[in-house]
Each structure stands twice: as structure tokens, then as C-alpha cells.
Design a protein around this ligand. Structure first.
Ligand SMILES: [Fe+2]
Length: 247
């Protein structure tokens, strides 16, 4: 199974160019690339909006992804509104209170889509997650979430905007006999972190990529990042593709 993962689009109103970047054009270029990639599914990894969740923005995004032939799955980031996102993408049956989380078998492979948009999971979401991983412990599990579930040596993000429940997440995974692969965004870097049976694939943004070794916010570059993930019977492979912005 091939998945495309696009994340941290930080879209604004038409014509709005945060730090001079035409974020809508970046996103559309990424979608063109995905169309050629022909994955069996596209995942939008959160921070679709730049400020706060906006219904009109989600509707514009849905209109774009609906032109692609493959199904599109969404999770919220810290700049999103899970309820609005679920309403526009017709996922309200996956809403639990104000959180949007769900499990789907994709080509027979269990995939868990979490809602880390608050920087943590609610008690109810932890209970749900624990029950799922207990039931799935004999398969390798793929988890999609906005935040990296553990620090990733990206100084600014680890200090300022980390996932707040790393220890609980690591404890949960460590007890499992299977491998857990997490695909995430939020940090605006392309990075792999492996710890025990946990593999975390941090994915670049379609907006900008972050410098990793500075305690202050600093941009590394503005190339448009897309992660490709291939889950096969002989293992998992993943590649990051970068596109040049502009024409
Ligand atoms: Fe984020």
C-alpha cells in the first residue's frame, strides 16, 4: 500500500502570503505531485489552517482533494478545529467530544489516526488507544498523528511546542510485542527517530522547513515537502520528495 502524506500547509485566505510564501500554490503543487504518484490514499497531517480552524478553508481544501481519484484522510493539528474539519470532510462519526480520532484498516493493515491537536490526548482518547493497540498487538501498527510523540532533537520545537505526553506514549509502545510506525508532521522537518520498537517518521511541511539546531525560530528552506510511505509484505519504506516553489 502506498500512502502520500502532506502536512502543515498553514493555508490562509486567497492571496495571503505569510513570510512571502504563496502557501495555496505550494499546496496545489504538492497535490499535483501526489496525482502523479498515484498512492492508494492521501493523508492530510494537520495544520491545514495558518491561524485557527476555518470552515471556508477546509471547504476549499476538500474541493481540491476531491479532484484526486484516491481517498483522503484528515487529522487535526494545533492550528485546526477538529469539529469543523470533521464536518467539512464528513467525518463527524469519528468525533469523540471535540476530538477527531479513528481506526481504519487500509488494505488490511490497521491504521490509527489520532488527535494530538491540543498537544496531548484526552483521557478518553488514551483509553481508546490502549484498547486498540491491545487488540492489534499481533500486527505491526501504523499511527498517524500531528505531533511527533517524542522529542526529536529539533531544539526550537522540542522546547516550545512538544507533545506533552511522551513518557506515556513510550510506555504504551514499549509494552507491545509488535513494531509501531508513527507518521507525523508539526516540526517542519524531514527526520527519522527510532527508539526500541518505535519508528517515527517526521514529515516536512508544504510551507517551509525548520532549522533544527537553534533554540530560536529559524527557517531552513522553502522547498515543498511530501512524504511517500510504502507498506509492503516485505517491510516499510518511505521517501521524502521536495519540489521547488514557483513555476
Ligand atoms: Fe503544528
Amino acid at each position: 500500500m502506498k500512502l502520500a502524506f502532506i502536512t502543515d500547509m498553514h493555508l490562509g485566505a486567497e492571496g495571503e502570503k505569510p513570510t512571502g510564501v504563496d502557501v495555496r500554490q505550494h499546496f496545489l503543487k504538492a497535490l499535483d505531485f501526489v496525482a502523479d504518484m498515484k498512492p492508494s490514499g492521501l493523508v492530510l497531517g494537520g495544520d491545514i489552517c495558518n491561524g485557527t480552524g476555518d470552515r471556508a478553508m477546509y471547504e476549499w481544501v476538500k474541493k481540491q482533494v476531491d479532484q484526486l481519484p484516491m481517498p483522503c484522510y484528515v487529522i487535526p493539528g494545533n492550528h485546526d478545529d477538529a469539529t469543523l474539519l470533521a464536518e467539512v470532510f464528513r467525518n463527524t462519526h469519528y468525533l469523540h467530544g471535540r476530538e477527531l480520532y479513528y481506526a481504519l484498516p487500509l488494505e488490511g493493515r490497521p491504521v490509527l489516526f489520532l488527535d494530538s491537536s491540543k498537544g496531548e490526548l484526552s483521557t478518553d482518547q488514551w483509553t481508546w488507544l490502549r484498547e486498540y493497540v491491545k487488540a492489534l498487538r499481533d500486527s505491526n501498527i501504523l499511527i498517524i498523528m500531528h505531533h511527533p510523540p517524542l522529542p526529536a532533537d529539533v531544539m526550537f520545537m522540542d522546547r516550545k511546542y512538544p507533545f506533552e505526553q511522551s513518557d506515556a506514549f513510550l510506555d504504551l509502545v514499549r509494552e507491545l510485542p509488535c513494531h509501531v510506525t508513527v507518521v507525523c508532521g508539526h516540526y517542519h522537518v524531514d527526520k527519522v527517530v527510532q527508539r526500541g520498537n518505535l519508528l517515527v517518521l517526521l514529515s516536512p511541511s508544504t510551507y517551509y522547513q525548520m532549522q533544527q539546531n537553534t533554540p530560536e525560530f529559524a527557517i531552513d528552506h522553502y522547498r515543498i515537502g511530501i512524504r511517500e510511505i510504502n507498506l509492503t509484505t516485505h517491510g516499510t519504506t518511505s521517501t521524502v520528495h521536495y519540489l521547488q516553489p514557483g513555476q
